[in-house]
Design a protein around this ligand. Structure first.
Ligand code: ATP
Length: 537
C-alpha cells in the first residue's frame, strides 16, 4: 500500500495504480486535480474514463471513443494513445475474477502486455483501476500499486455542508461556526455521499439545520458503520466509577488522557498506540474499553476480527483496510478489538491460503506506522493463540493482565453493583444495617470473577422481588453458596494464564491490593497466587 503522494507515483511512472473506494466522483475529481496541475506532475495529462457500458471517454476533449467497451479493445487503444494521459478504469476488477466469476485471462494478459509501454514509452501514461473492491490477480501483484484514498476530512465535509446550506435557502440555518464544526465532526468516517445524505436527512426532518440535528448525524453514522458488518459504533455510558478495582490499569489510562492535545505536544509525549488487556473472563476487560471512551471522550469503534475473515462481507484484506480507514477518519478515536485471539486463530495453518497471515501483517504494519490518533485497545481471553509478533515490545504500549479480583476489588465490585441497584430505600432498608456488608461479602467470594459478583447481586434481588420484600443478607449469602465459580471449573486455564502473564504482562490491580491479598489467603487454592508483574503507574 503506498503512502507516497499520488503525484509522485505518477511522475515516477508507476504504470498501474489501484484505488479502492465507493466514491467514484470524489476520487475522479482528486485524480483530475492532480494530473492537470503542472506544479504537481510537471507534464499535465489528458484524462480518459472507461466503463464497460460506455467504453473510453476522453474527458479533456469531451469525446467518446467508439468501440472500446470491451476491456481488451480499451487496453489496445490506451497503448496507441500518443498524448500524455491518465486512464481511469472503473470496476475493472470484474475481469480479475471476483467471487463466483472466473478471471478473464485474456484481459489480464493484455494488461501485462501494455505495461512496458506505460513504463518506458515516450508518451507518459498511467492507468488507474477504481473499484469498490480490492482484487489483484497474482500475475499483476508486482505491477499494481495500491493507493490509499482516505475518507473525506473535516474541511471537505464542511465545504459540503456549506454548499448544501447555500443551495437550500428555504432551509432555516441557525448554526454558529462552532456548531457547524460539531456537526461535521460527527460526520467524519462517512463518505462524502453518506455525509450529504445525513445532512439532507437532518434538513428535511424539520425544515431546519441546527445543533439539535447532531443525534441524526450520529445515528446515520452508527448505521453506516454497522453496515460494514465488521465495525460497530459503541455508545458508552460507563465511567471510571463503574469499574471496581483494576486501579493500576485505570491510572495508566487516566494519565494518558489528552495525550493528543497541544499541551501534550509541549512535553514531547509520543501519542499512545494502544494496550492489550488480557486475563480471566468476566473481570472487566470489556467494561474498561467502554469506560475509556467516556473517560477520554473519544468515539469507540468495536472491530470484530473474526468477521474480517468470515468472507461474508467482502474480501478480507479490503474489510481490514476499510475498518482501519474508518477508524482513522473518525480519529481521534478508540479502536476496540474484542477477543483478538479469535481473529488470529487461522495464523500458521494452511487452510486459508495465507489470508490470515496477510491480514495480520497488514494490522501490524498499521499499528507500527499509524500516524493518526487511533488508540487500540485489544482484549483477549485465550493468550495461547496470540502470535509472538503481536506481543513484541513496541506494538502495544503496555500489556495488562486482569486477574481474579482481590479482596479489596471484590469489596468495591459488590459496593458498585449494590449501590447501582438499591436506589429504592424500602428495598435497601434491611441490607444497609448489616455491619461491614461489602467486607463480609468479599470474604465469602474468594475466587469469584466480577460478572459472578454482579450475578449474585442480581439473583438475590430476584429472590427478594419474588417474595415482595426488602433484600436480605441471606439472599446474597445463598446465591454465593450456590455459585460454582469459574475459578473452580477453569482452574487449570487460569493457572496457565497467570504463568504466561508473569513474564509478559503487568498486573491491572495495584500493588497494595495484591500484597494484602496474599496475606489474607492462606490456603492453596487458585486464588492464592497472582498473575502479572507488579508495577504501579
Ligand atoms: P469476557 O472476556 O468474557 O467478555 P470481560 O473481562 O470483558 O469478559 P466484562 O464483560 O467487562 O468482562 O464483565 C462482565 C460484567 O461483569 C460487566 O458488565 C460488569 O457488570 C461486571 N464486572 C466485571 N468486572 C467488573 C469490575 N471490575 N467492576 C465492576 N463490574 C465488573
Amino acid at each position: 500500500m503506498s503512502s507516497y503522494k499520488l503525484a509522485n507515483l505518477i511522475r515516477a511512472r508507476f504504470p498501474l495504480i489501484y484505488i479502492t473506494t465507493f466514491e467514484e466522483d470524489r476520487v475522479t475529481k482528486y485524480i483530475s486535480s492532480v494530473v492537470t496541475d503542472e506544479k504537481q506532475v510537471k507534464f499535465p495529462r489528458e484524462i480518459y474514463q472507461w466503463t464497460q457500458t460506455v467504453g473510453l471517454y476522453n474527458q479533456t476533449q469531451q469525446k467518446r471513443i467508439p468501440d472500446t467497451e470491451s476491456p481488451c479493445k480499451a487496453l489496445e487503444y490506451i497503448r496507441k494513445v500518443d498524448k500524455d494521459s491518465v486512464f481511469i478504469l472503473y470496476d475493472f476488477h470484474i475481469n480479475f475474477g471476483p467471487k463466483n466469476r472466473t478471471p478473464d485471462y485474456n484481459v489480464i494478459r493484455k494488461v501485462r502486455d501494455i505495461i512496458p509501454d506505460l513504463k518506458l514509452g515516450q508518451v507518459r501514461k498511467t492507468v488507474f483501476f477504481v473499484s469498490p473492491e480490492l482484487l489483484i490477480p497474482e500475475s499483476l501483484q508486482k505491477e499494481i500499486t495500491i493507493y490509499d484514498f482516505p475518507l473525506p476530512d473535516l474541511e471537505e465535509i464542511r465545504k459540503k455542508l456549506e454548499s448544501m446550506i447555500k443551495q437550500n435557502l428555504n432551509v432555516e440555518n441557525t448554526l454558529t461556526e462552532e456548531e457547524k464544526d460539531k456537526l461535521c465532526k460527527a460526520a467524519l468516517g462517512l463518505t462524502l455521499q453518506e455525509a450529504e445524505s445525513a445532512f439532507a436527512l437532518a434538513m428535511v426532518n424539520d425544515g431546519k439545520i441546527d445543533i439539535k440535528d447532531l443525534p441524526i448525524i450520529l445515528e446515520e453514522k452508527v448505521q453506516v458503520i454497522k453496515k460494514t458488518g465488521i465495525l460497530e459504533f459503541i455508545k458508552s455510558d460507563y465511567s471510571i466509577k463503574d469499574i471496581g478495582g483494576l486501579d493500576n490499569l485505570k491510572k495508566w489510562l487516566l494519565k494518558r488522557n489528552n495525550s493528543w492535545s497541544e499541551q501534550a505536544k509541549k512535553y514531547c509525549i509520543p501519542a499512545p498506540k494502544g494496550v492489550l488487556v488480557t486475563g480471566v473472563p468476566g473481570c472487566g476487560k470489556s467494561l474498561t474499553a467502554k469506560a475509556m471512551s467516556t473517560i477520554w471522550q473519544l468515539p469507540l469503534l468495536k472491530l470484530d476480527f473474526s468477521k474480517v475473515f468470515s468472507g461474508l462481507v467482502g474480501s478480507s484484506e479490503e474489510n481490514m483496510r476499510r475498518a482501519l480507514a474508518t477508524a482513522e477518519a473518525v480519529a481521534p478515536s478508540i479502536l476496540w478489538i474484542d477477543e483478538i485471539e479469535k481473529g488470529l486463530s487461522g495464523l500458521g495453518s494452511n487452510g486459508d491460503s495465507g489470508v490470515s497471515s496477510r491480514i495480520f501483517g497488514q494490522f501490524l504494519t498499521w499499528m507500527q506506522e499509524k500516524e493518526s490518533p487511533v488508540f487500540v485497545i485489544a482484549t483477549a481471553n485465550n493468550i495461547s493463540n496470540l502470535p509472538p509478533e503481536l506481543l513484541r515490545k513496541g506494538r502495544f504500549d503496555e500489556i495488562f493482565f486482569v486477574d481474579l479480583p482481590t479482596f479489596e476489588e471484590r469489596k468495591e465490585i459488590f459496593k458498585l453493583h449494590l449501590e447501582k441497584r438499591l436506589k429504592d430505600k424500602t428495598i435497601a432498608s434491611e441490607i444497609v444495617t448489616v455491619p461491614n456488608l461489602c467486607s463480609e461479602l468479599a470474604k465469602m467470594t474468594e475466587g469469584f470473577i466480577g460478572s459472578e459478583i454482579e450475578q449474585v447481586v442480581v439473583s438475590a434481588l430476584c429472590d427478594a422481588f419474588f417474595e415482595s420484600r426488602p433484600l436480605k443478607f441471606e439472599d446474597l449469602a445463598k446465591n454465593i453458596q450456590t455459585t460454582v465459580p469459574l475459578s473452580t471449573t477453569q482452574r487449570e486455564q487460569i493457572l496457565s494464564l497467570r504463568a504466561w502473564a508473569n513474564v509478559r504482562a503487568v498486573s491491572a490491580a495495584k500493588t497494595s491490593d495484591r500484597t494484602n491479598y496474599k496475606k489474607e489467603i492462606d490456603n492453596e487454592n487458585v486464588s492464592s497466587s497472582r498473575g502479572g508483574r507488579t508495577l504501579d503507574f
